[in-house]
Design a protein around this ligand. Structure first.
Ligand code: GDP
Ligand code: MG
Length: 160
């Protein structure tokens, strides 16, 4: 198994999911069924300043305060996922941002099945390779992508 053709993304399970442990389990199974690898995982509680940095692009939008308060309301799971076409495939598995669209158009996506509102919509996924690099660095500053790519099989064997 070679890591060279695998793409990475940052995936987050938001506080509405971590508050429902059986859904955490279900989402992790959905991720594995779609052939993603969990490269790194951690459960953490973000500080307000980290949330504001992470969601800087949405500053000034009507939902920004709601979003920051929500992300501050509990812990999250942060994951680095790997797969071919990982960024697109993870966003596909998440489903659309808005809850009504998910329910009518992608009912079997994560957000379609478990999304509560437009704010409390279960998951985050990077939206481009550039974003993924930046977001992975933010959440996993110690992660060394080059080393991971160079050590492919060892890396996975040692993790399991
Ligand atoms: P994503 O990439 O699909 O997560 O969507 P965006 O990057 O556009 O927005 C980031 C997050 O802000 C979303 O996942 C939602 O939690 C929240 N959000 C985005 N658009 C809206 C909206 O129209 N209303 C509300 N209440 N929240 C929103
Ligand atoms: Mg986004």
């Amino acid at each position: 198994m070679s890591c060279s053709r695998l793409q990475l993304t940052l995936a987050i399970l938001k506080p509405d999911v971590t508050a429902r442990p059986h859904i955490v389990k279900e989402i992790k199974s959905m991720i594995l069924r779609k052939k993603f690898y969990f490269v790194e995982s951690k459960k953490m509680k973000l500080a307000q300043s980290e949330i504001e940095t992470f969601y800087k692009e949405h500053e000034g939008k009507f939902f920004h305060n709601r979003l920051v308060n929500f992300m501050n309301s509990g812990s999250i799971w942060a994951h680095i996922l790997a797969r071919e076409d990982c960024i697109k495939e993870w966003r596909k598995l998440m489903g659309p941002t808005k809850v009504l669209k998910t329910v009518f158009e992608e009912p079997n996506s994560i957000r379609g099945k478990f999304g509560l509102t437009d704010t409390r919509n279960c998951t985050h996924g990077s939206d481009s390779e550039e974003t993924a690099k930046r977001e992975i660095k933010l959440f996993f500053p110690e992660f060394d992508e080059e080393k991971w790519r160079a050590n492919d099989e060892d890396y996975f064997i040692n993790k399991k």
